[in-house]
Design a protein around this ligand. Structure first.
Ligand SMILES: [Zn+2]
Length: 285
């Protein structure tokens, strides 16, 4: 997708499944199942749609999926279906891991951070993107190292230990412009240090809201995940940023949506434009 002078491209790391009730929080099942498919075990399909932003200054990858370090037991537990892995998708799109300048994390939970490292032939964990600086809010980095009792299971040290040792981590404080036209905006909510990425070029804008807007079915600010540690902060951030996106015609990217990679909603809450995964894959050939 062209966004002014920038290009946005999506690269799949496969499809996995989570409990639908956990993904839709307090929303009753009879309501959310009208908007989202569910299987007989109450699991729903979720994508891992990494976004690559190419600006004249830098190539920036947002969120990295599960990667290839999972054990067979973990693959089964997450019901993870592949191909493709992120690296296979990038290769098919002609993107080399060495090309990536920045890896940006909405937050460092395992389904967003695991793909940034991989095992080499000897089994040692190595950075997947050897030149990239790895960017997250400092609050998120602190929480990853000292998680609360509820989120501890979702932060895996193997996902960042080698990045820290190699000096590749770049925690940022608050609202910052990473490169011209790419702004990192703290939101909190899902985690204390969760952030959104606002991308603007030539009057066109897209926002990656990470797990505050995992799928198109979560567009209602009140539809927040049961996984969110600070749901009132999620709701406030969603009201603010989705409100602006609707009013100003921004694209919103959907990291976990298997069907729709990005959409534009009008102020009545209707999706008026969409980039569909099928179309995007067809365009990539
Ligand atoms: Zn997630």
């Amino acid at each position: 997708m062209q966004l002014g002078d920038f290009t946005l491209r999506w690269f799949s790391d496969g499809i996995y499944k989570l409990d639908g009730g956990a993904m839709f929080g307090v929303v009753p099942k009879v309501v959310w199942t009208r908007k989202y498919p569910v299987d007989e075990d109450n699991f729903i399909p979720l994508a891992l749609n990494a976004v690559l932003i190419e600006t004249p200054q830098a190539k920036i990858l947002i969120d990295t999926g599960y990667g290839t370090k999972l054990t067979p037991k973990q693959v089964a537990m997450f019901r993870l279906e592949r191909p493709p892995t992120l690296l296979e998708s990038l290769a098919a799109g002609g993107v080399h891991p060495e090309d990536i300048d920045f890896v940006v994390y909405s937050h460092m939970h395992h389904d967003h951070a695991s793909g940034a490292t991989q095992r080499d032939a000897s089994g040692a964990v190595r950075p997947t993107f050897p030149r990239a600086k790895h960017v997250m809010q400092r609050l998120e980095w602190e929480e990853a190292k000292n998680p609360n009792i509820r989120s501890a299971h979702a932060y895996w040290e193997e996902n960042w230990a080698v990045l820290e040792a190699d000096g590749l981590l770049m925690p940022v404080d608050g609202d910052v412009e990473l490169v011209e036209g790419v702004r990192l905006i703290p939101t909190g909510g899902h985690t204390r240090g969760h952030q959104a990425v606002l991308v603007s070029s030539q009057g066109q804008t897209a926002m990656h809201m990470g797990d505050l807007l995992p799928t198109h079915a979560h567009i209602n600010p009140l539809w927040v995940m049961a996984y969110d540690d600070y749901p009132m902060d999620s709701i406030a951030a969603k009201e603010k940023w989705i409100g602006r996106a609707k009013a100003e015609g921004w694209w919103l990217t959907l990291y976990h949506d298997p069907e729709i990679l990005a959409g534009i909603w009008n102020t009545e809450g209707k999706m008026i434009q969409a980039i569909r995964a099928d179309d995007a894959l067809a365009a990539e050939g």
